[in-house]
Write a protein that binds this ligand. Structure first.
Ligand code: OXD
Length: 354
């Protein structure tokens, strides 16, 4: 270990051991594994001295280790927080920016996995794969014509949030099935959305035209509860709703009401407000719902990609360079001062940034 060691803490395990291998090979990094079970003062003391925190996904993360204002007060040496995957909804980004703590994610590392899963849910819904699989296991002499499916070819998909995963989903839908791809993304111009393979439309138009609505935006203050009764009412009664992004973006009671009232044809859900959902969750009672337990982004390939990307990013940022997936560039000036005070070198300036 060198002087001015960079202390990087994480709980329990990385999603793939490649990260530990990469980080343990770096003499300047002191990689510290914590266990939730050691809930006494040890975790608190270690976290109070940590410069970096590799935070677990919301589903696995335990209190009091969410990255909120309270954690930032308890960890005065913290310089950076990095998420497992693309999502960082367990981090209070505004509080981090105010405290001069940078937030990084691993966006792009699991885009193939999630896009393929979204497509899998669309196919499973349109062809009644989940419903017939369940029915076959409990019913003899099943009447197959009761489960006539539909094809994806030539249909319209509406992508909500066309970042890396949305772009890959668009490419699969277009390339494999010749689907028309619409996208709603308030942060991108018509031209940028076009380069990502979709026609930019307002959300209302997307809902009215799409045969499949596929959600790929982050969960934040703007998107929490974005799909409620009014949005489901705008969808076609033959259309399917698919969410592989985050629970909470759709209102679960409103979705259950839309399904019960046959206002939409079905839903494919990889994400829930509380995960994993209880077996008696109301949405799991619908035959036209196909559900998975937030596994879209965790293929073997994606787990390795995410772990390696995170480790590489820690090595970059601890060397004082700009990390490639910086979420809050506004934190950079204060972060740079704090980094220099704690670790003795001034990080590089942000290209074109504050
Ligand atoms: C992610 C996820 O955040 O898969 O990338 O949930």
């Amino acid at each position: 270990m060198t002087a001015n060691a960079r202390r990087l803490a994480y709980f329990e395990r990385w999603v793939d051991p490649v990260a530990e291998e990469m980080l343990r090979a770096r003499p300047e990094i002191d990689l510290i594994r914590l266990a939730y079970a050691d809930s006494g003062g040890d975790n608190a003391a270690t976290m109070a001295r940590a410069h970096g925190y590799q935070i677990a996904p919301r589903t696995e993360l335990r209190e009091p280790w969410f990255a909120d204002a309270s954690l930032l007060r308890r960890c005065p040496q913290l310089l950076a927080i990095s998420s497992t995957g693309a999502g960082f909804d367990m981090v209070d980004v505004a509080a981090c920016t105010a405290a001069g703590v940078i937030v990084c994610n691993q966006s792009g590392s699991n885009k193939e996995a999630v896009a393929e899963h979204a497509l899998g849910l669309m196919l499973a819904l349109a062809k009644n794969i989940g419903a017939t699989d369940r029915a076959l296991r409990r019913t003899a002499g099943l009447e197959r014509f009761a489960y006539t499916g539909r094809e994806l070819a030539g249909r319209t998909v509406g992508i909500v949030g066309i970042g890396q995963i949305g772009t890959r989903t668009a490419a699969l839908c277009r390339g494999l099935f010749g689907m028309t791809v619409l996208a709603h993304d308030p942060y991108l111009s018509d031209a940028e959305v076009a380069t990502r393979g979709a026609a930019k439309v307002p959300l209302d138009e997307l809902l009215a035209r799409a045969d499949f609505v596929s959600v790929h935006c982050p969960r934040n203050e703007e998107t929490f509860g974005m799909f409620g009764a009014a949005e489901f009412a705008r969808m076609k009664p033959t259309a399917y709703f698919v969410n592989t992004a985050r629970g909470g973006i759709h209102d679960e009671s409103a979705l259950a009401a839309a399904l019960a009232g046959r206002r939409i044809a079905g839903a494919g859900l990889d994400v829930f407000l509380v995960e994993p959902p209880a077996p008696d969750h109301p949405l799991l009672a619908f035959e036209n719902v196909i559900a998975t337990p937030h596994i879209a982004g965790i293929t073997e390939e994606a787990l390795r990609n995410m772990a390696a990307a995170a480790a590489e990013q820690w090595i970059t940022l601890f060397a004082g360079r700009v990390p490639p997936r910086l979420v809050n560039p506004a934190a950079w000036p204060l972060y740079s001062q704090r980094f220099e005070a704690l670790l003795g070198i001034r990080p590089d300036p942000l290209p074109g940034g504050p």
